[in-house]
Design a protein around this ligand. Structure first.
Ligand SMILES: *[C@@H]1O[C@H](CO)[C@@H](O)[C@H](O)[C@H]1NC(C)=O
Ligand SMILES: *[C@@H]1O[C@H](CO)[C@@H](O)[C@H](O)[C@H]1NC(C)=O
Length: 224
């Protein structure tokens, strides 16, 4: 459901890329995620196909029919990204992002409707540490921090899944979710390096899990 008067003529059929002549833009491919719920929605887009002419973008959002519940600019955060705030939580009326690509030959809009709670996706957890516990040859202590972009972990807690594997040979195991930002792995093989990653999701289960964090590694305590 996008409003593009130019879509049908956006490409030269059967032409190889080098023979393609300048054309009006196609509607950009847009995605939006609430990585800083409930403060802001972050959106980004890609031009498809790669435009031959210099292309500008107009980015707006509205909430409710004709923006009855609010509308405004999605403020640019980069050449192909924007964000907007002032989010109304738990609204059952979708927000609609409008990204309009404009070049000298024309314009094309992509409209992306969404409910904010459906697109919650935190950034990955940060500062993951894998620590030996003195005297414990089969355990590792894990500690991490919520993503820095998640504004209010006290009021909107996250839950976490842990993925870990022995250095050689074993397939990763995933456990969780857990509500705290530390965990003790038990029953590990002594004297073996283990690799760990953590992912975060909104505590109330809205939206999606983050990507996995950067891996961290450690070995259970060994007799000095
Ligand atoms: C998300 O939006 C905020 C502003 O609301 C901005 O500071 C931040 O850089 C954006 N993040 C990304 C990954 O674009
Ligand atoms: C999307 O934004 C463009 C540029 O501001 C505007 O011309 C167009 O009418 C908008 N489309 C809708 C459906 O609001």
């Amino acid at each position: 459901p996008f409003a593009s008067p130019f879509l049908a003529g956006a490409r030269w059929p059967h032409a190889s890329p080098t023979l393609t002549r300048p054309h009006p833009p196609a509607p950009p491919a847009v995605e939006c995620w609430a990585i800083s719920y409930p403060q802001a929605v972050n959106c980004s887009w890609a031009a498809e196909p790669e435009p031959l002419l210099e292309t500008d973008y107009i980015t707006t959002y509205r909430h409710g029919v004709w923006g009855a519940r609010g509308s405004g600019e999605c403020v640019r955060t980069g050449p192909h990204s924007c964000s907007f705030g002032d989010i109304q939580m738990f609204s059952l009326i979708p927000y609609v992002l409008n990204v309009t690509a404009v070049n000298p030959l024309g314009a094309a809009s992509r409209l992306l409707p969404f409910l904010v709670e459906d697109i919650i996706k935190p950034d990955p957890p940060e500062d993951l540490r894998v620590l030996p516990i003195p005297g414990e040859t089969k355990k590792l202590l894990l500690e991490w921090s919520p993503p820095g972009s998640w504004p209010f972990p006290e009021y909107f807690p996250l839950k976490y899944c842990i993925r870990y594997a022995r250095d050689e040979g074993s397939s990763p195991q995933t456990i969780g979710p857990y509500e705290q930002t530390s965990f003790t792995l038990t029953g590990l093989r002594p004297g073996t390096l283990h690799h760990v990653q953590v992912a975060a999701k909104d505590f109330t289960d809205y939206g999606e899990f983050s990507a996995w964090s950067r891996p961290a590694s450690g070995m259970p305590w060994t007799q000095p």
